[in-house]
Design a protein around this ligand. Sequence first.
Ligand code: HT7
Ligand code: ZN
Length: 879
Amino acid sequence: PTAIHRQDYTPPDYRIETVDLEFDLEPSSTRVKARLAITAAHDRSGGARPLVLHGDALELVSVALDGRVLGAGDYRLDDKGLTIAAPPPAFTLDIETRIDPAANTQLSGLYVSSNVFCTQCEAEGFRRITYFLDRPDVMATYRTTIRADRAAYPVLLSNGNLVEQRQVEGGRHVAVWHDPFPKPSYLFALVAGDLACNEDRFTTRSGRDVTLRIFVEHGKQARTGYAMDCLKRAMRWDEERFGLEYDLDLFNIVAVSDFNMGAMENKSLNVFNDKYILADPEIATDADYAGIETVVAHEYFHNWTGDRITCRDWFQLSLKEGLTVFRDREFSSDMRSRPVKRIQDVRSLRARQFPEDAGPLAHPVRPDSYIEINNFYTATIYDKGAEVIGMMQAILGQDGFRKGMDLYVQRHDGQAVTCDDFAAAMADANGVDLGQFKRWYSQAGTPELAIEGSYDTRAGAYEMTVTQRCPPTPGQPDKAPMHIPLAMGLLDAQGQDIRLRLDGETADAAAPGRVLAVTAPRQTFRFVNVPQPKALSVNRGFSAPVNVTLAQGGAERAFLMAHDSDAFARWEAGQQFATDLLLRRAGEIQRGAPTPFDPAFVEAVGQILRDESLEPAFAAEAIALPGEDYIAERMDIVDVEAIHSAREALRQAIATSLRADLERIVAANASPGPYTPDAAAAGRRALRNVALGYLAASAAEAPGTADRLLAAYRAADNMTDRMAALRLLVDLDGPQRQAALDDFHDRFRDDALVIDKWLALQALSALPDTLARVTALLGHPAFALEKPNKVRALIGSFTAGNPLRYHAADGSGYAFHADRTLALDPINPQVAARLLAPLGRWQRFDAGRQAKMKAALARILAAPKLSPDVYEIASKSLA
Ligand code: HT7
Ligand code: ZN
């Protein structure tokens, strides 16, 4: 496989103005007729250029140019597509292809999921439907005719407006759709099936009456209410926050059970993984509800940031994804608690994106090359991309950011553009220079900030020195300094923010917190007129996605935990305090000499438990320890056993010292009545379940723990509490564990999404025989390699979510991973490749594990007929 380079971009030689598609749907043999109106994009002084249409896994039936059927000598077919050497400057091309949707296990292009025809065309799936200029800078208007058996597929959908529907001979019917908005082929969609529908309406602020429909399997309509509510809230929010209004009379969503990702923003016909639509208290956890809110909003927001304004080429993917994640985060922050949302996003960034940025797959937010674009739907493109947008807002302010968005839409509506175009709109609307800031797009790696502060009592001045460094990443050994917006503050002895003024600023610049522009490799900020500070608070709100080194003792961290005016920074102080303790304990475990934990930490946790002024959702986050993966990132050589033991020991120490507080929290936050998914109720459940988790950590001291958890499992009247109890039980060997797992399976055996949870829970267990159980579950009727949700639930949970057992010293976890990858690759290479990242982290482990991880990667690479997807990840991981 060969790499594609950003620098090689050239505009298309031909434009496709209109696309007329006709589908004759049969599961194993679907006929697709495409009529394309094509014009040469360049002046032809140098003669006609060849027209190269992409195609993949297509059977060509016929091709005609301006009505003349072409013979084999008139065009060339190869594994990349169809080439016509010298077409006229403007012409019509009629192409007929035959495809086999039922055999499409890759789930890219047109496929069948539980008897429903559906498409997934991003990134390059349209070429698996017909020959086409399948690149995002070719935007056309589409008219789509769908013909199918009326009884089996009563619902026929595509993008845009329904212009005609009629019955035809042979028990078939036809629907014709027309989408007036030009779009790239990756936004094309078609759905046909026997689906139930939940219909609602929304009136836009300018008075457009929009019909909203959510299509799901029959019997599941009752589970679509929350998604519909989210959609309407998202539509209103986008009008209010960004002035962006929906632009058609119809907005359709379809949920399917087999989907490679979460959802897809096809113009006016979003297609979703069931997981991000279906919810009721019996089957969905609070996290599931929050996920639905985020993903429904995200796909809707793409209507402007992705569909109306799209990417020029796939190197610009973050243009739409980073921006749209930023927008969905802002939406969720407005719907829920902003600090809690920020904490959760940072946890996820540190768990997924920071390791990616520190490993062999590190790439810039705007990558320079790729082999397989499907491998670049990464945490860096999405989540770091969203951080970059968030930093722009931090620099420009919310009003300045809005001005930039307005200009971006005004300039580029209907176009396929670049990240530079976006940054230019932001800069021009605000009259600022974002030249240095744009290095966030081009330089990979997580910057490290070393911060030192010192107070000069005599001068009444505080100096903060910041040194920045960005570690080398593949292909980028040296980095230039970044522009880092660093929010910070100083607290006095009462925990109040000190008003801060930089040397040289006038008195009216003084403010209780500042956002500093860190731009140089080493920079000192001198604040004047400062009374004696007690604690320094940095990177408030996680204003920049960086790692900070700041020498702070336990007392200072505990003080910040209790007093910082920035809620995120309070949480962060607790995380860093816990991380210090856990790293120290892990080292002591390795040396065989554990010492007691600093009681100041346990006391600080106790204070949080007793502080009734705190939002429960925040308290839940504030008392939850950093994950094992985060601690691992901070160790020179990862020792999964020592990390696990250290973390368990700290959990036990907290449980032992704070038992009474924890019991009170569990009792006080018991469900007050029927389940509601709102943020406040979810926060109480979260706090209660974290407290229950601590109590379960001391199972050895409290012998009735397993019975208690089984009782909690049985008493639960919602999936959040049921799962919380079961998650704790699966780590305890005993009859209660099996009783609960069996009960769970029996209750929910017909609910695929819930059985995914059952698979995942078992894969996440800390018990030593977990791999054997996971291997046995591969043969369970509920599992199928063809179903991405099952693969992610069972295999993905084990390989990415269970470091203790995945990194077993004997290498069994790695061998399992290689075997599963090789089995999955011929079925669904996208999913196989996306699961592979944990093997690439071998540099972080001891020599024995390194050798076994590399051997697993080498075994994958040695396989004949590997997909480009898996080849790219495995080869880069070994490099
Ligand atoms: N834009 C969508 C990305 C996506 C996707 C990409 C590759 C293969 C399958 C896929 N399904 C969806 C989803 C989004 O970010 O909104
Ligand atoms: Zn997206």
